[in-house]
Design a protein around this ligand. Structure first.
Ligand code: NDP
Ligand code: 2IT
Length: 449
C-alpha cells in the first residue's frame, strides 16, 4: 500500500525496486515508514537531509564464506553475514542468528529493527545484525565449535568492543557465544566485552539469559496496568520454547498468569495445569530435544503436530516468541475470536502487517517487538557497562535496571504516540520515539553516512 507522504513513498518505492527479493526487509521498512508520516511532515530537515533515504541503507554489509569440517571429515561451506546498519548513537549492536533459512533479507530486516529498538532502550547502541545459514540443530558440539571458530576467524576483522558488539539470537545461545568468544580471544590476545551473552565465569552479566523474556513481561505488565489489566489469573499462550519463550513463561507465571501452550517448529503442547518453565529448560537447554518430549514429563498434557495451530488455543494473553511472520491474518482472527486482551511481541516481527491490522482494529492491546523485546539488548548494554568498568552487578541490580528500562520504554512509546496524534498506539509510538533520537544524532553529525 502506498505510504501517504510523497517523500517517504518515493524512498520506499526506490528500495522495493532495488531489492525486490528482500521481502522481510521491505516488510520491516514499510511498517516503520508508514508510521513516520506525521514526523516527516512536522520537520522539513528529515527530507532536506534525506535522513530516511540514508537510514534504510546499511552503513556496511559484510558477506563471507564459512568453511568447516564435519564429524565425517567432510568440508562443509556456509554463508556468513554481518550488517552494520547504523552507528549514529553508538557502536553497532545486535545478535547473530544461525538457522538454515537465514539470508540477506532476514539479516537486513533484523538489523533495521535493531536501530530503533536500541534507541528505545535509552542506552548508547547503534544497530546491527548478523548470522549464518548454518543450523546448530542436529550438529555435535564439536561441529558447532568448529563452525563458530571459522565464523569468528572472519568476523574478528569487523567487530570490537567500541565498534560492533554481537550477541545471540535464534540458534545462538551460551554455547555458541562461548566458542566464538574463545576464538576471538585467541586471535586478538585481548579479553574485552566484544560479545554479550557470555558465560558468567568470563564477563557475562547476571540476568542476561532471562532478560528478553522477563523484559517482555515487564513491558506487557506496564502496558496492561495502564489499561486496567494484568497477568493475574490470565491464560497465556507463548509460542517457541527457546531463550525468549522459556523466560517469558517463568515471568508470566510469577506475575500470576498460567502458561497453557508452548511450541517449537514441529508442534505445540497444551497443558491445562500450566507449563513449568523448568521442564522446558531441561528439554531445550540441557537435552536439546523436541518439545513433544514434554509428554514424558507430564503425560496428561497434549501434543499437536504443526506449530501454527497454537493461536487457536484459547487465552487472554498471547506472547509470540518464536520467529517472524508466525501470526498471519487467520491466526490473528483466531486470537480475536478467543477474546484476548492483547498480543505482546517477544520475537522480531512475528505478526504480518495484515495480522497487526486485525489485532489493532479489534481493539486489542498490541506491542511491537522493537519495544517489548528490547530487554535482551538493553541487558546486553548493561553487560557492556559492567565489562568496561570490570565489575559485575548482582542479579537483583540488573533485574531492577531491566524493569526500569522496560517501564521507561512503555512510557516513551505512549508519550510519542500521544504527541503525534495517535494516543494509545504503541506501534506508532515505538517507531517514532526510536526514530527521533537516531535522526537527531544523524543530523548533528552531518553527512557522515
Ligand atoms: P532460540 O533459538 O532460543 O529459540 C527459537 C524458538 O523458536 C525455538 O523454539 C524454535 O523451534 C522456534 N522457531 C525458530 N524458527 C522457527 C520457525 N521458522 N518456525 C517455527 N518456530 C521456529 O531463539 P530465541 O528465543 O533467542 O529467539 C526467538 C525470537 O526472539 C526471535 O525472533 C529472535 O529474533 C527474538 N529475540 C531474541 C532475543 C534474545 O535475546 N535471544 C532478543 C530479542 C528478540 P525449534 O527448536 O524447532 O528450532
Ligand atoms: O533481537 C535482539 O534484540 C537480540 N537478538 C539481542 C541482541 C543483543 O545484542 O543482545
Amino acid at each position: 500500500m502506498a505510504i501517504k507522504n510523497a517523500y517517504l513513498n518515493s524512498v520506499y518505492e526506490d528500495l522495493a525496486g532495488r531489492y525486490p527479493e528482500q521481502a522481510e526487509f521491505l516488510e520491516a521498512v514499510h511498517e516503520v515508514l508508514e508510521t513516520l508520516v506525521p514526523v516527516v511532515e512536522a520537520d522539513p530537515r528529515y527530507e532536506q537531509q534525506n535522513i530516511i533515504g540514508r537510514i534504510v541503507e546499511p552503513e556496511r554489509t559484510i558477506l563471507f564464506r564459512v568453511p568447516w569440517v564435519d564429524d565425517q571429515g567432510k568440508v562443509q561451506v556456509n554463508r556468513g553475514y554481518r550488517v552494520q546498519f547504523n552507528s549514529a548513537i553508538g557502536p553497532y549492536k545486535g545478535g547473530l542468528r544461525f538457522r538454515d533459512n537465514v539470508n540477506l533479507s532476514i539479516i537486513k530486516f533484523l538489523g533495521f529493527e535493531q536501530i530503533f529498538k536500541n534507541s528505545l532502550t535509552t542506552l548508547p547502541m547503534g544497530g546491527g545484525k548478523g548470522g549464518s545459514d548454518f543450523d546448530p540443530k542436529g550438529k555435535s558440539d564439536g561441529e558447532v565449535m568448529r563452525f563458530c571458530q571459522s565464523f569468528m576467524t572472519e568476523l574478528v576483522k569487523h567487530i570490537g568492543p567500541d565498534t560492533d558488539v554481537p550477541a545471540g539470537d535464534i540458534g545462538v545461545g551460551g554455547r555458541e557465544i562461548g566458542y566464538m568468544y574463545g576464538q576471538y580471544k585467541r586471535l586478538t590476545n585481548t579479553h574485552v566485552g566484544v560479545l554479550t551473552g557470555k558465560g558468567l565465569t568470563f564477563g557475562g552479566s547476571l540476568a542476561r539469559t532471562q532478560a528478553t523474556g522477563y523484559g517482555l513481561c515487564y513491558f506487557a505488565d506496564a502496558y496492561m496496568k495502564a489499561n486496567g489489566q494484568s497477568f493475574e489469573g490470565k491464560r497465556v499462550v507463548v509460542s517457541g520454547s527457546g531463550n525468549v519463550a522459556t523466560y517469558a513463561n517463568e515471568k508470566a507465571t510469577q506475575l500470576g498468569g498460567k502458561v497453557v501452550a508452548m511450541s517449537d517448529s514441529n508442534g505445540y503442547i497444551v497443558d491445562e495445569n500450566g507449563i513449568d518453565f523448568k521442564i522446558i529448560k531441561e528439554i531445550k537447554e540441557v537435552k536439546r530435544e523436541r518439545i513433544k518430549t514434554y509428554l514424558d514429563y507430564v503425560p496428561s498434557a497434549q501434543y499437536v503436530e504443526g506449530c501454527s495451530g497454537i493461536w487457536n488455543v484459547k487465552a487472554d494473553i498471547y506472547l509470540p516468541c518464536a520467529t517472524q511472520n508466525e501470526i498471519d491474518e487467520a491466526s490473528a482472527k483466531a486470537i480475536v475470536a478467543n477474546g484476548a486482551i492483547g498480543v505482546f511481541e517477544g520475537a522480531n516481527m512475528p505478526c504480518t502487517p495484515q495480522a497487526i491490522e486485525v489485532i489493532k482494529s479489534a481493539g486489542l492491546l498490541y506491542s511491537p517487538g522493537k519495544a517489548s523485546n528490547a530487554g535482551g539488548v538493553a541487558t546486553s548494554g548493561l553487560e557492556m557497562s559492567q565489562n568496561s568498568e570490570r565489575l559485575s552487578w548482582t542479579f537483583d541490580e540488573v533485574d531492577a535496571k531491566l524493569r526500569g528500562i522496560m517501564e521507561t520504554i512503555y512510557a516513551d512509546c505512549a508519550a510519542a504516540a500521544e504527541k503525534f496524534g495517535k494516543p494509545g498506539d504503541i506501534q506508532v509510538g515505538a517507531n517514532i520515539a526510536g526514530f527521533l533520537k537516531v535522526a537527531e544524532a544523524m543530523l548533528a553529525q552531518g553527512v557522515a553516512y
